[in-house]
Design a protein around this ligand. Sequence first.
Ligand code: DQA
Length: 153
Amino acid sequence: MTILVVHGPNLDRLGKREPDIYGRATLADVDARLVALGAELGVRVVTFQSNWEGALIDRVHAAADEGVRGIVINPGGLTHTSVALRDALLSVALPFVEVHLSNVHAREPFRRHSYFSDAAVGVVCGFGATSYELGLRGLLGCAAPELTTGEES
Ligand code: DQA
C-alpha cells in the first residue's frame, strides 16, 4: 500500500527558511523520517515537492491512477489561496490529512483560513516535522485501519 506525501511551495528550503518558525530539519530529513515510519507501519511512502501549483495538481491526479491510498499534504502558502489544489484533492476522492510545521493559528490572521481543512480527514499543525508523522499515523487509521488494528489488508 502506498501513501503520497506532498509538500507545497518553499518547503524545499526547509532548514534554511525561517528556522525559528520551521525548524532546522531539511526536506530530505523530513522525507527520510516519513519513509522510515512508513516501513515501520507497513506502508510505502512516496514524497513529492514542487513550487508550482500545476505540478502539485498533476501529482495528485497521478496518485489516483497509481492506486495511492491516501495523501499527507502540506500545501504551504497555497493552503490559504488555492481553490485549484483543493479541487484536485476532491477530484481524486482520496482521504487526505493537512499538515503544517508551524501553528498557523498563532501567526498572521491570513494563515488561519485554509481551503483544505474542511475536506481533510484531519489537520495537524505546530509540531514541526513531527506534524507529518502524526498526520501519517492519523491517515493510516482512516485509509487503512487494518494496519492499526492488526487485521489483514
Ligand atoms: C506552512 C504554513 C503556511 O502558512 C506557510 O505559507 C508555509 C508553511 C507550515 O508548514 O507551517 O509555507 O504550511
